[in-house]
Design a protein around this ligand. Structure first.
Ligand code: FAD
Ligand code: DLZ
Ligand code: SF4
Length: 505
């Protein structure tokens, strides 16, 4: 049987299920750089360079063993869509079957199901077995849950995989979760380590020129691209993290420092998501660190990778396509311009957006408690926020970005995923960062022109959404404090908030 095997831009590993039975003498592997994929979001220049360069490197590697048809972006015969390019090749060759691993996005799965089925060959869409939990396992888990919360899923996955479990079937160290040890502010006692950087080779340089030429209007800086683009380089980055950085990952997981975008985070999400760093490898390696690295770091890291990442993917496939329409608070404002150019006096926001523009990366708490928190407090339409996160980060694909944005950052799903909205005043940001020290707003002031906008917007949000939120037990304290505010306090909160919002919309 002669098979045509399609590899997508985020399926860059030889262990991908669509290649499991590849016949090197008969089959043809197809990869393509196409406008439908480069154009469905306003992708950051560095994200485009990363993905296209990783694709080209993988294409070269495959062609050492197999027959490969690789469409480059500017190739004359490139019809710029999966369907059209596949039709073109099928018309040209004598194929019996088309094989592809399921895409990570609902949008593409629908296209594949609807359009590939019109081809005159057998079509097999295979399961993506790079995840530790299958979609049907997650669905089964969800059926038995009253609330679909991450912690239960995480424990189930720990038991299933045996990661950090002892011989008696109990969690190593006696506890499932060391979350409370992951909340230290950074006080500059522990030095922040430098990171590995990879010089752009000729393949990457070609892609950089392509992106500068074809995507010059896109957000971001294409200079200084130093990211890993092959599995070998990705492993090097991860090993370096395990040896030099993991130690303090847990302690400073929630800390933020101006001009230190990485802190003690791994900076591997883009490598895992594009396929060049297998998640099973990541997990197998980290649990070997027990005994030499604090358990809070290892468990914290594992909770993100086998817990949050897999849970988020389960949620996406469980609730799509309706999930994308949720807008619990009926927020319809546009995303403020400073999300694109970092021109704002709010130092925390300026810093995070500036880093985002420079690196196509910011770490979780920056995404959640700075840009996400503010978008919710400013009543921005969830779809606008989603478009931004999907474009600006180099690890962003809808399956992982959407539930993080809608479920975690914006509570747009009304609490289907989170127990409460992640909103905070400037107090939290001040506690976890050094942003407020050099901000033109005062984090101490509650209202007025000079006050930190997070301060009044936070109470304004709680007050406006009383009906929807005040019965939430996890918001008991904030609503008790809101009830203690005098009418005059509330008037000032409303006045400052409405003036601020008016200025931005
Ligand atoms: P580390 O902090 O070192 O964590 C280790 C690994 O755990 C990550 O590499 C990642 O694979 C995984 N992980 C951690 N948290 C999450 C999470 N909440 N969801 C899924 N995986 C997680 N992550 C993406 O991979 N793509 C996205 O598009 C994305 N969008 C986000 C949008 C918002 C609004 C928020 C709040 C979070 C988003 N995240 C997304 C999750 C998280 O912020 C990133 O995975 C993390 O910042 C990547 O940096 P790191 O590799 O240094 O992670
Ligand atoms: C993100 C992306 C981009 C920017 N470009 C391509 C591309 O040119 N060709 C390709 O096969 N894939 C690309 N991708 C990744 C896809 O968008 C990704 O496979 C889907 O979003 C499914 O997760
Ligand atoms: Fe951000 Fe407010 Fe602190 Fe300024 S004062 S950095 S706006 S939290």
């Amino acid at each position: 049987m002669k098979c045509l095997r399609l590899i997508l831009g985020d399926q860059l590993h030889e262990s991908i299920s669509s290649l499991s039975d590849v016949d090197s003498s008969n089959d043809l592997i197809v990869m393509m750089e196409i406008k439908t994929e480069t154009g469905y979001a306003d992708h950051h220049k560095k994200k485009l360079i990363f993905i296209l360069s990783a694709m080209r490197h993988f294409g070269v590697k495959l062609s050492e063993k197999f027959k490969v048809k690789y469409f480059k972006f500017g190739d004359e015969d490139n019809r710029q869509s999966f369907v059209e390019n596949m039709r073109f090749i099928l018309d040209d060759g004598n194929f019996d079957k088309l094989v592809v691993t399921e895409p990570g996005e609902y949008r593409l799965l629908k296209i594949f199901e609807d359009e590939f089925s019109k081809f005159d060959v057998e079509v097999e869409i295979r399961e993506d077995d790079r995840f530790l939990t299958t979609k049907s396992e997650f669905r089964k888990f969800a059926l038995n849950q009253k609330d679909l919360k991450m912690e239960n899923f995480y424990r189930m996955t720990r038991k299933k995989t045996g990661y950090l479990m002892d011989e008696a079937g109990k969690p190593v160290g006696g506890k499932w979760n060391y979350d409370h040890e992951n909340r230290s502010a950074y006080k500059f006692e522990d030095p922040i380590q430098p990171r590995l950087r990879f010089e752009a080779d000729s393949i990457t340089q070609d892609v950089m020129r392509l992106v500068e030429c074809e995507f010059d209007q896109s957000i971001g800086d294409s200079k200084d691209f130093n990211e890993p683009v092959t599995t070998e380089q990705a492993i090097e980055v991860y090993e370096y993290f395990l040896e030099n950085i993991l130690q303090l990952f847990g302690k400073y997981q929630d800390a933020m420092i101006d001009e230190e975008p990485l802190m003690f985070h791994s900076r591997i999400s883009h490598l895992i998501n594009v396929g060049i760093l297998p998640v099973k490898y990541v997990c197998d390696k980290v649990v070997k660190k027990v005994g030499s690295v604090p358990l809070s770091s290892i468990e914290g890291f594992l909770r993100q990778t086998i817990g949050w990442r897999e849970y988020i993917r389960g949620v996406y496939w469980l609730w799509m396509p309706d999930y994308k329409e949720s807008n619990f608070f009926s927020h319809y404002r546009k995303l403020p311009k400073f999300y694109w150019d970092a021109k704002t006096d709010m130092n925390c926001v300026r810093s995070v957006v500036q880093d985002t523009i420079k690196n196509a990366y910011s770490h979780h708490i920056q995404r959640l408690m700075i840009t996400g928190n503010l978008a919710l407090l400013m009543e921005v339409n969830p779809k606008e926020v989603h478009d931004w996160y999907l474009g600006v980060y180099d690890d962003a694909y809808e399956w992982v970005e959407l539930p993080n944005t809608f479920g975690m950052a914006l509570y747009a799903d009304g609490g289907a995923m989170s127990t409460k909205p992640y909103v905070s005043s400037g107090n939290y940001i001040n506690k976890m960062s050094n942003f407020c020290k050099s901000c033109s707003y005062s984090v101490k002031l509650k209202t007025g022109e000079s006050a930190c906008p997070f301060n009044y917007l936070y109470w304004y949000f709680l007050d406006k959404n009383k009906e929807k939120l005040s019965s939430n037990r996890r918001l008991f304290m904030p609503y008790r404090n809101l009830a203690k505010k005098t009418d005059k306090d509330l008037q000032e909160i409303h006045k400052s908030s409405e003036r601020f919002l008016k200025r931005h919309f």
